[in-house]
Design a protein around this ligand. Structure first.
Ligand code: IMP
Ligand code: MG
Length: 177
């Protein structure tokens, strides 16, 4: 049986997202940004972050191959849906729910750098930095977390739990007889 242990509450998330929005608004004052969210996990984070950004902003989504039903990374990243707009000479902020091995973000970083944006920054709500395989520097990190599988606020296990308000740790527990 699997149990959900509350880990980061929706209030803590909201405070952190507001703080990240302020930092981004400060860093890009007088300029425009385009936020690119990685579907589906970063959907809620992007929606909340965009509303905390006070500079001119647009957003778009991309989709990459995911874990499927497993909790281990296959090591291979594939682009399933690209952005709808050109990124040349734009201030691009890649918005991801969680950085784990870093394989997804480093793949996306290289993909977008080849399009010659003016700047490319990365925002990740969660960072499991102890799991990193591909080194990638994240400019806007919400929370650094230990090696636990988390769900909620967009993040899933086999598509479940994305709609939880709080971020929870998924724990296996042996059921009592
Ligand atoms: P990475 O390429 O290993 O950094 O994996 C990044 C992607 O794996 C994230 O965008 C998530 O979709 C997924 N992921 C990694 N850790 C978790 C987790 O604890 N819960 C849910 N999804 C996760
Ligand atoms: Mg993801």
């Amino acid at each position: 049986m699997q149990q959900l242990r509350p880990f980061i509450t929706h209030r803590q998330i909201a405070d952190k997202v507001a703080e990240l929005g302020q930092r981004i608004s400060h860093d890009f004052r007088g300029e425009s940004v385009v936020l690119i969210g990685v579907l589906k996990g970063a959907g809620f984070f992007l929606a909340d972050l965009a509303r905390q950004i006070t500079v001119d902003a647009t957003f778009d989504f991309i989709s990459v191959s995911s874990y499927g039903d497993r909790t281990q990374h296959s090591g291979e990243v594939r682009l399933l849906k690209d952005v709808d707009q050109t990124l040349g000479d734009r201030n691009v902020i890649l918005v991801e729910d969680i950085a784990d091995t870093g394989l997804t973000l480093s793949y996306l970083k290289n993909l977008f750098l080849a399009r010659h944006p003016r700047q490319l920054k990365i925002a990740a709500l969660l960072d499991k930095s102890c799991r990193r395989i591909a080194p990638v520097s994240i400019d806007y990190v919400g929370f650094v977390i230990p090696d636990e599988f988390v769900v909620g606020y967009g993040m899933d296990l086999a598509e479940r739990y994305r709609n939880l308000k709080d971020i929870c740790v998924l724990e296996s527990s042996s059921s009592a007889m």
